[in-house]
Design a protein around this ligand. Structure first.
Ligand SMILES: NC(=O)c1ccc[n+]([C@@H]2O[C@H](COP(=O)([O-])OP(=O)(O)OC[C@H]3O[C@@H](n4cnc5c(N)ncnc54)[C@H](O)[C@@H]3O)[C@@H](O)[C@H]2O)c1
Ligand SMILES: O=C(O)C[C@H](O)C(=O)O
Ligand SMILES: [Mg+2]
Length: 533
């Protein structure tokens, strides 16, 4: 019922507008006892008062991001059918095949949309096939686009492709919100994906598609199928490759100033060889070739491990994406234990993208520290319940010498009178800037060099204080600035590759372009909506 204005106003508490809404919301948020309750609260706030929600996000990044994003978004996805409150994104289902365009046209902002995060829910973080429950990952990533890069909220589209699920317990759950069927075979899924991408281009001509959390085979497959046809990229392969290269460069600098190991003598062991592990390995080798190594030399720096042990070329039935890094120089019996593999490889860096919680045991970590003055150890699996190594253990077992970055956040840790700050090697540092750069330059495609330059820009963005604190990633509170610098590097790379369709930027100096990008960053206004009556 809508009341005449003076009467309606009488229902708003008299002193409401004079009170601090941010403080009230933060107090309400902090009174919740679990991460999931906080997640539900924040999403309700976003619906009621988006400006207030984004103000709180921007002013309290370290507190809010772990709720909207990893680790809590993992709980939100696992429980989405049970905590669902209201429509928050677009579902395109396998049953829509044949008329996907009409479904896409139902999105209210139409052609104004600029960025879609699209998941099929088949590999949400390390939590497996969550089917239609995957939507919150797309929402969380877009909140970071808005908070981290300043993309305008109304131009974002979270999309879940509901192709069914192979997780039996969801199909049997009466509250499950998705289509109750098993996932389609490759031929049917390809037809669906082709129709979806054609429809996206037609309905949202200016839009960038970020593929998120597709199972590994499909992640590689659709990236190759679509990358030269549409404005798109895969966050788990390219975003992760880019963010980890960046952290690795800064970590290797710290390690080499302690031990003198030059970059080309690094030996990097990947524990986990899925979309993320192989994506990062490819990004590192591509960077090594930029430094002048041959492709063969660069590849020889990389060792990959999967659930069966060290990946060697003589192994039968090796999946396509594992072949490139399969070792040809190891002739002994299969190496299956991580300790034996480390003993054989003597890695300078150990990267975990395996989804195996605490796989980096005390023995593993101590062995890494026994032959590295500063062992580089990045346990990157998400959420934190699947992380290969806790930060406190990493510090204790290496007497503080570890150079550490995890996928999910850890708190600083005090050890023997010194406070150590962990790095967070998460693609959240990269995708907002890549997205902003691709959108502003109207890049036809996202090229390898746009991704690589994003990484180099991130690596170079440490402030003097961050460098002297031995950080390898900048502090999250600077993410808007960092994203603008990354966007600048991405635009310049798009120009070099001749994929930009916005030629206006070509005549601008770097300083002027950076200023332009910053001016484009959306800010929440403090004209908060009045409470709904
Ligand atoms: N930090 C980040 O920014 C970031 C980005 C992307 C993905 N990730 C995380 O990386 C993890 C992996 O993602 P993915 O897409 O590569 O998944 P995936 O399932 O394709 O890959 C997992 C890999 O780990 C291997 N593995 C499984 N059990 C193992 C074991 N016992 N020993 C050794 N290897 C084992 C598998 O064989 C596979 O190669 C997820 O937890 C995801 O959340 C983190
Ligand atoms: O979502 C994240 O936190 C990072 C990454 O994209 C992942 O899949 O784990
Ligand atoms: Mg992901």
């Amino acid at each position: 019922m809508s009341l005449p204005m003076p009467l309606a106003a009488a229902r708003i508490p008299p002193y409401f507008l004079n009170t601090d809404h941010r403080q009230r919301s933060l107090t309400q948020l902090r009174s919740k006892h679990t991460g999931l309750e906080q997640y539900i609260y924040l999403n309700g706030l976003k619906e009621r008062d988006p400006n207030l929600f984004y103000e709180i996000l921007l002013g309290n990044m370290l507190e809010i991001i772990p709720i909207l994003y990893t680790p809590t978004v993992g709980d939100a996805c696992s429980n989405y059918s049970h905590i669902w409150r209201r429509p928050e994104g677009l579902y395109v289902t396998i049953e829509n095949k044949g008329h996907i365009r009409q479904v896409l046209r139902s999105w209210p902002t139409g052609a104004a949309a600029r960025i879609a995060v699209v998941t099929d829910g088949s590999r949400i973080l390390g939590l497996g096939d969550l089917g239609a429950n995957g939507l919150p990952i797309a929402i969380g990533k877009l909140d970071l686009y808005i908070g981290g890069a300043g993309i305008k909220p109304t131009t974002t589209v979270p999309i879940c492709l509901d192709l069914g699920t192979n997780t039996e317990k969801f199909i049997n759950d009466p509250l499950y919100l998705g289509v109750r069927r098993k996932r389609p075979d490759t031929a049917e899924m390809d037809e669906f994906m082709n129709e979806f991408m054609e429809g996206m281009k037609e309905v949202f001509p200016q839009l960038l598609v970020q593929f998120e959390d597709f199972s590994t085979d499909n992640a590689f497959r659709y990236l190759e199928m679509f990358r030269n046809k549409y404005r798109c990229f895969n966050d788990d392969i390219q975003g992760t490759g880019s963010v980890v290269l960046s952290g690795f460069l800064n970590a290797a600098r710290l390690a080499s100033s302690a031990a003198g190991t030059p970059l080309h003598d690094q030996r990097i062991l990947f524990f986990g060889a899925g979309s993320a592990g192989i994506g990062v390995a490819k990004q590192l080798t591509s960077f090594f070739t930029l430094l002048g190594m041959s492709e063969e030399e660069a590849r020889s720096r990389i060792y990959t491990v999967d659930s069966k042990g060290l990946i060697t070329a003589d192994r039968k039935g090796l999946q396509e994406h594992k072949k490139y890094f399969a070792r040809t120089d190891y002739q002994g019996p299969p190496l299956t234990s991580l300790i034996d593999i480390i003993d054989y490889v003597k890695p300078t860096a150990l990267l975990g993208l395996s989804t195996i919680h605490k796989a980096f045991t005390e023995d593993v970590v101590r062995m890494m520290a026994s032959f590295n003055t500063r062992p580089i150890i990045f346990p990157l699996s998400n959420p934190v319940s699947l992380c290969e190594l806790d930060y406190t253990d990493a510090i204790h077992w290496t007497n503080g010498s570890v150079v550490f970055a995890s996928g999910s956040p850890y708190k600083p840790h005090e050890f023997e009178g010194k406070v150590y700050e962990p790095g967070q090697g998460n693609n959240m540092y990269i995708f907002p800037g890549i997205g902003m750069g691709a959108i502003l330059s109207k890049a036809r495609h996202v090229t390898d060099s746009m991704v690589e330059q994003a990484s180099i820009a991130l690596a170079g963005s440490l402030s003097a204080d961050e460098t002297s604190s031995e950080l390898i990633y900048p502090r999250l509170t600077r993410i808007r600035d960092i994203s603008a610098q990354i966007a600048l590097a991405v635009i310049r790379a798009a120009q070099k590759d001749n994929v930009d369709e916005n030629s206006l930027f070509r005549n601008l100096s770097d300083d002027a372009l950076l200023e332009y990008i910053k001016a484009k960053q959306w800010q929440p206004t403090n004209a908060h909506s009045l409470p709904r009556l």
